[in-house]
Design a protein around this ligand. Sequence first.
Ligand SMILES: Cc1cc2nc3c(=O)[nH]c(=O)nc-3n(C[C@H](O)[C@H](O)[C@H](O)COP(=O)(O)O)c2cc1C
Length: 175
Amino acid sequence: MKIIAFAASNSRQSINKKLVSHAAEMLTGADVEVLDLNDFPAPIYSQDHEAEHGHPQAAKNFLEKLNSADAILISFAEHNGSYTAAYKSLFDWSSRIQKKVFDGKPVVALSTSPGPGGAKSVLEAATNSLPYFGATVKASLSIPSFHSNFDAATGELSNPELKQQLQAALANLKA
Ligand SMILES: Cc1cc2nc3c(=O)[nH]c(=O)nc-3n(C[C@H](O)[C@H](O)[C@H](O)COP(=O)(O)O)c2cc1C
C-alpha cells in the first residue's frame, strides 16, 4: 500500500511535518513517502498567470505524487484560522489541473499548533471541504499544544493518550 503524506506548510521547521513524519513511522508495513511542499515551488495561483503560462510543472508533479497513492495523510498548519498560503496556492493550482484532486482516495487529516487550539479551525475547514475534491475522509485528529505533547528528541508524541488516538486514526487509513 502506497501512502503519500505531507504537512500543509512550507516552514522548514514545520511542526506539522514533524507530526506527519511521526505518523508515517507508525504506518508500519505501508510504503509511505513524506513530501515537502518546498519541493513543489509554484507561483501564487493567479488566473492571469494561468491564462498566460498554463499550469506550473510543480503542480503537475504534486498531483502526480497524489495520484500515485492508495491513501493520503495530511497535517494542516493553521495561519489566521485557515490554510497556509503555500498549501492553498498549490492546492488551487492542482484543482485547475484535476478538479478531484484526491481522486476518491482515503484521507486522514491531522493538525497541530503550539497553542491549545491545535489548529482545529483549519482542520474543520479541511475536513468539510476535502470530500468536494474527491477525498474520503477516514479520520481527523487535532494535536493541541504541540511542544508539550511531542518529544523533539525522539520525534514522537510523548502524551500516551494522544499517541493512542493517532494510532487509532491511522488504522482507518490502512483499513
Ligand atoms: C501568519 C501566522 C498566522 C498564524 N495563525 C495561527 C492561528 O490562527 N491559529 C494557530 O493555532 N496558530 C497560528 N499560528 C501559529 C502556527 O500554528 C505556528 O506557526 C505553527 O508552527 C505552524 O505550523 P507549521 O510549523 O507546521 O508551519 C500562526 C502563525 C503565523 C506565522
